[in-house]
Design a protein around this ligand. Sequence first.
Ligand SMILES: C[S@@+](CC[C@H](N)C(=O)[O-])C[C@H]1O[C@@H](n2cnc3c(N)ncnc32)[C@H](O)[C@@H]1O
Length: 283
Amino acid sequence: MAQQLELIPLHPVASPFLKWAGGKTQLLKQFEPLFPPKFERYIESFIGGGAVFFHLFSFGRIREARLSDNNEELINCYQVVKTDVSELISLLKTHQKCHNEDYYYHMRSLQPIDLSLVERAARILYLNKTCFNGLYRVNRKGQFNVPIGSYENPAICNEDALTAASRVLENVTILHADFEECTNAAQTNDFVYLDPPYSPISETANFTQYTKDGFSGKDQQRLATVFEQLTTKNCYAMLSNSDCEPIRQLYQKHHIETVRAKRAINSKATARGAIGEIVVRNY
Ligand SMILES: C[S@@+](CC[C@H](N)C(=O)[O-])C[C@H]1O[C@@H](n2cnc3c(N)ncnc32)[C@H](O)[C@@H]1O
């Protein structure tokens, strides 16, 4: 009888360990033909849940990577998953046992500054898995203010997913930084994927505040300047954003494709629809 060959992936397969608004998992199939076939380093400066990074890594397309975000709590999660995953898993198991409404609001009220780095990461992962819609939203003082979600039995500690992510992140550079700082290091033939907070398409659309400073029209222009600098340096640059005239204007010299994504399109999370987003590429 012919022996069946077992297919063993070359790299540990991992996927996002956090739910993140604007996550790209549902778009990966549409993105696949748009990625450059070959590149040197991979750079992603609005990492969020990291759907694109984990996808490309799992398919053996990334040898060296530099990831960043300016959300300090999020980046601390990546650093702790990378360096201290066993302790993180043990704290999450405790949160899993203790979870109820009072416990959620107690954890939410804690000040990150009073906790160790691993406690901070466990708190954010716990809140992420149990809060309303997995949203990350802070008030002007930077305090997490999302109410509890209505899950029957939320999976708070996914040990396998965290361990796989930890292995993937082993040799990856992770920075808490503004996007300009992270992309400054890009060199010829590096692939830079940029997924900023989207330009609002309506008055009510811009309800996701990932950090206390938000992302303004000036930031969108600053990002377009970075995109031009990457083009001058002969990097492969790919950017996602909402499909609206001001953004199309900023990138009119480049290739623009439309993709369809299901998103919460206004402040009511129940109001979901497939909306057009654009992907801009300089190659
Ligand atoms: C649309 S989300 C990225 C989603 C991600 N691609 C995914 O698949 O989950 C945008 C991210 O940009 C980050 N961000 C906002 N302003 C930033 C800035 N000035 N520099 C770097 N990151 C920023 C937010 O914290 C958020 O994680």
